[in-house]
Design a protein around this ligand. Structure first.
Ligand SMILES: [Zn+2]
Length: 80
């Protein structure tokens, strides 16, 4: 598995999540299930991606909602 820096994972996650939420809302408004489910699908993929790759480069543990500079598990700097 290729390593992706946590900073990049955050950016990719947010970029993917925005259109996903938009599609879900638009799909709800125009009552189109395919559009809504595409939005939900992209959101789920973004979450899975985040869950797998958003990790500390030192101890390898999932960083969860910690968006700070330091790992909450080992205390080392996350973004070099
Ligand atoms: Zn760590």
């Amino acid at each position: 598995m290729r390593y992706i820096p946590p900073k990049k994972v955050r950016v990719i996650f947010l970029i993917a999540l925005l259109p996903a939420l938009l599609l879900t809302v638009i799909g709800g408004n125009i009552q189109s299930k395919p559009v809504m489910f595409t939005g939900i699908g992209i959101a789920l993929l973004a979450l899975i991606f985040y869950r797998i790759w958003y990790r500390c480069p030192h101890c390898g543990r999932f960083l969860d909602r910690s968006w700070g500079e330091y790992c909450p598990h080992c205390g080392k700097r996350v973004n070099q």
